[in-house]
Structures are given as structure tokens and as C-alpha cells.
Ligand binder design. Structure first.
Ligand code: ZN
Ligand code: ZN
Ligand code: ZN
Length: 478
């Protein structure tokens, strides 16, 4: 197993939280339970702060920011965890030494603090520490650099994603007004050309998907979720009897992406690291820990491919909306399962999966997953899965999937498109249900609304997705 991956590296750098300025943060975190709850707000605040500080900047500081960024434009940052940790520590102490020498070195000090920020695993938290510990003039320049950096990475993301051939763009749309009077914006998908009713706008394979545990090992493929009609074409796993595949290629892909690590290997010991996650999933039918385990393993795999892609699955996931999940005995147990299942295979995963990170990942997953329907028999009886998932289907849901692009599809009770699994596998297609003009937003249903009253529908949307539906149907029947 290659260990110098982003996940492993990020994990390792978490050790940095015990050094330098971070000691402050760490002790604060331990002593103050409120602080943990504030973390999320802090992250947002850090970005806002960066933007505000950047606006306040004098011409002279603006020039310093430009010069500072230019001076490190071609610099390579260390990637391995040891190097990053060492680098971060060096930058922090050099920065401090520089600013204590006086204002003439503030620019150079800011560069150091900015570089430390670049490799620090929890930058938002470090920003909060900076705010309290470094001179305001240095802080302003660091924030200016951060603001420029965040801005250019964000701006660039939506110029390369979604790819042209998907026929959609992810654009900002207004979504009501918050309590503080600020306009709330979200991203939705608008078409880049016109479609007649019944046309496919785009199709996409999931980042990860999971089969309903009650169907596992029987007639459904563990990788693409397809129903295997012909007994003879089943491909077994070479190491376990718990899963089957529809083809050799699905078996290979699954092995490479996640199954080699998550396979139970038919261990006799139910509580072994190989089996505990699998056993729990079978009993609870709760697929969240399995989905996140696959996601993390796939991330490591992606990194090992070194494909040169500018944004990895983590970058994609990071931008999505999420549900706020409060810590509970259930989430604690899930985290534990995840750590046990991955522990021996991904060094440092224990430190990586903090409670905040787990809850955020789970929240992202639950907000965005779709129910997948791959059964050839529309009347097949499958008990519904406990995870909330987007679906308007009456037919059986055989699994769930997390999709890069379709996560951006907004809900409407009067949708102009629907989700279709036309190949009876986990590949999702978005098909128009009426004529859609170029530039029109594509909207699908998140929930079945056939017999629901407007009131019930709004309640369900709000409970499940914190969504105050503003679709024509909801607005007119008010
Ligand atoms: Zn398959
Ligand atoms: Zn296996
Ligand atoms: Zn509505």
C-alpha cells in the first residue's frame, strides 16, 4: 500500500496540532466544549475574515500581497507528512522571529505564516490562532494572500467543472434571504443547450455506491449494482463469499478501488477488522460507514494513480451542501467501525477521522445521495434503506450512490427532469420530462410527492433537506 497519499499525508500533518501556535488552539479545544461546536462557523468566518481584511487593505499592503504571492509562485510545497510537519514548524518559528525584529520584516514574516497555512491540515483553525497572536499588519497581509488564493482556486473550479460534454453549468442561484438579511445563494445546474422532452442531458457514474446489504452476495453486482440475470455469468470474489460481480471488469475495478481493503476475506472472527464493518452493515442496513470507508479508500487509490487531475474527489465533495449532523452514540459507533475497517491499511486514518470531519462527511453524503434502482423486477420487495436519499421512485431501491455532478441538481415539486438508471446499473442519467430551454435550471424531485399535501411535502423537504421549497407549486398553493 502506498502511504504517501493526500489522505495519509494530511493525517500525518495533524500531528502539527501539538506544536507552536497550535498548542494554543489544542488546549482551547480540549478545555472548551463550545469551541468544537463553533468550529464550523469558524471555518466560514476565516474565509469571510480573509475577504474583509483583503478589502480593508491599503494600497501598500495590496502591493505587498501581490509581491509576496509572486515571490512564491513557483515554489513547491512538501508533500510527505514528515516534510510538511517540519516545514510548517520552520515557517512558524521563522515568521515569529521576523516580526519581532520590527515592521521592516513584516512582509517576509507574512510569507512564512502564509506558507505554514498552505501545508497546515486545518487552515481555518490556524487563521484563528494567527488573529490572536501575530501583529495586525502582518495578519492583514496573510489574509490578503489567503483571500486571493481561495478566490482563484474557487473561480477556477467552476471553469473546469462540470466538463463541457455534460451540457450543464453549475451556476449560482438565489435561494431566499437568511435571518440576518443576507441573500442566500446556492449552485444549481443550468443547461448549455435546449432539450426536447425525454432527452438525456448527461449520464454519470457515481464516485461511490453501495448495494442494499440484503441483496449482497446474491444476484446483484457489488460494484455496478446491476442485477445478474444469468447465474452462469456471476463472478465471485477470489477472497470472500460475501459479494459477487457481474463481470470480470467490475471485479477488477472494485478490487482496485476499495474491495481489496474492505473484503472480509471470509475471516471466521466476526469481530475481526475485516468483518466488523460488514457484519454491522448487514444487521443495521446503515450504509453510511461503508460508503465513507469506500470513499476514503478510493481517495487513496486516486492519489496512487497520480492521474494529474487538478481536483480530486475530496475537492469535489468539499463544495457540496451538507446536513448538520449532531454527534450521537450512533455516529461514534460508525466512526469506530470505519477506523477499525481501515486502520491497518491506511496509516494515520485514526487521527484523520476526527468527530468534526466524520460528521461533515456524513452530512455531505446524506444530503446528496440518490437512491439507485437496478432491479429487473419492478415489483421486487426490498425493505427501504434507513439513509435518507433522493428518490421519487415507487419501484424498489437497490442501493445508494454519491454523484459529483448530480449532487448539484436542485429539488422542485414540479421538476423538468428525472433521474433514470437506464442500463440497470449505478450509472445515473438525467432525462428531461418536458422541453427545457438553453440556460434553464434543471430540477428534479428529491422526494415522492404523489399524494402529499403541500404542507406535508414542505415539512418533509424541510426535515430531510432543510429546504424551503420555492418551486411554483409550493409558491402558488401557499
Ligand atoms: Zn457490475
Ligand atoms: Zn471479497
Ligand atoms: Zn415545491
Amino acid at each position: 500500500m502506498k502511504t504517501s497519499t493526500v489522505v495519509a499525508a494530511t493525517v500525518g500533518v495533524l500531528a502539527v496540532t501539538t506544536i507552536g501556535y497550535a498548542i494554543y488552539f489544542d488546549s482551547k479545544r480540549r478545555n472548551d466544549p463550545e469551541f468544537r461546536r463553533k468550529l464550523k462557523k469558524e471555518r466560514k468566518r476565516a474565509q469571510r475574515l480573509a475577504m474583509e481584511e483583503a478589502k480593508k487593505m491599503s494600497n501598500k499592503s495590496a502591493q505587498t500581497v501581490e509581491e509576496a504571492l509572486a515571490s512564491i509562485k513557483d515554489e513547491d510545497f512538501p508533500t510527505s507528512m514528515e516534510e510538511r510537519e517540519k516545514f510548517c514548524m520552520e515557517q512558524l518559528s521563522t515568521g515569529e522571529a521576523l516580526f519581532t525584529q520590527g515592521p521592516q520584516n513584516y512582509g517576509a514574516a507574512a510569507i512564512c505564516f502564509y506558507k505554514a497555512l498552505k501545508v497546515y491540515p486545518a487552515p481555518a483553525e490556524l487563521v484563528m490562532v494567527y488573529q490572536k497572536t501575530i501583529p495586525p499588519d502582518v495578519f492583514t497581509v496573510v489574509m490578503g494572500m489567503l483571500s486571493k488564493d481561495v478566490q482563484s482556486k474557487q473561480e477556477k473550479y467552476y471553469t473546469v467543472f462540470p466538463p463541457k460534454e455534460t451540457n450543464v453549468k453549475a451556476v449560482e442561484k438565489p435561494e431566499g434571504v437568511a435571518a440576518d438579511g443576507q441573500k442566500v445563494m446556492r449552485r444549481g445546474l443550468v443547461t448549455t443547450k435546449s432539450f426536447a422532452a425525454g432527452q438525456t442531458v448527461y449520464s454519470e457514474a457515481p464516485v461511490i455506491s453501495s448495494l442494499d446489504p440484503s441483496l449482497e452476495g446474491k444476484n446483484f453486482c457489488h460494484y455496478c449494482l446491476m442485477e445478474i440475470a444469468d447465474e452462469g455469468s456471476k463472478v465471485p470474489c477470489s477472497k470472500c463469499t460475501q459479494v459477487v460481480f457481474c463481470s470480470q471488469s467490475c471485479k477488477t475495478s472494485a478490487s482496485q478501488e476499495f474491495h481489496d481493503i474492505l473484503c472480509t476475506k471470509d475471516s471466521d472472527d466476526v469481530s475481526s477488522p475485516e468483518r466488523s464493518l460488514h457484519e454491522d452493515t448487514k444487521i443495521t442496513r446503515n450504509l453510511t460507514p461503508e460508503m465513507l470507508a469506500k470513499f476514503l479508500v478510493k481517495m487513496v487509490h486516486e492519489e496512487s494513480l497520480n492521474s494529474g487531475a487538478e481536483y480530486n474527489s475530496f475537492d469535489h465533495m468539499e463544495r457540496l451542501r451538507y446536513l448538520e449532523i449532531p454527534p450521537s452514540a450512533e455516529t461514534e459507533k460508525e466512526m469506530e467501525l470505519l477506523k477499525v475497517a481501515l486502520g491497518s491499511n491506511i496509516p494515520g486514518i485514526d487521527e484523520f477521522i476526527t468527530e468534526e470531519r466524520y460528521l461533515l462527511m456524513k452530512g455531505r453524503l446524506l444530503y446528496n445521495i440518490y437512491g439507485i434502482s437496478t432491479s429487473l423486477d419492478n415489483k421486487r420487495e426490498v425493505e427501504s434503506l434507513p439513509e435518507r436519499h433522493r428518490s421519487t421512485r415507487d419501484g424498489p431501491i437497490t442501493g445508494i450512490g454519491f454523484y459529483r455532478l448530480s449532487s448539484y441538481l436542485m429539488h422542485s415539486c414540479e421538476p423538468n427532469a428525472k433521474i433514470v438508471f437506464s442500463d440497470h446499473d449505478n450509472k445515473l442519467s438525467v432525462v428531461t420530462t418536458r422541453e427545457v430551454q438553453s440556460g434553464e435550471e434543471l430540477v428534479v424531485g428529491y422526494i415522492k410527492n404523489g399524494t402529499l399535501s403541500t404542507e406535508d411535502r414542505r415539512l418533509e423537504l424541510f426535515t430531510k433537506y432543510r429546504l424551503q421549497c420555492m418551486c411554483p407549486l409550493c409558491e402558488t398553493t401557499d
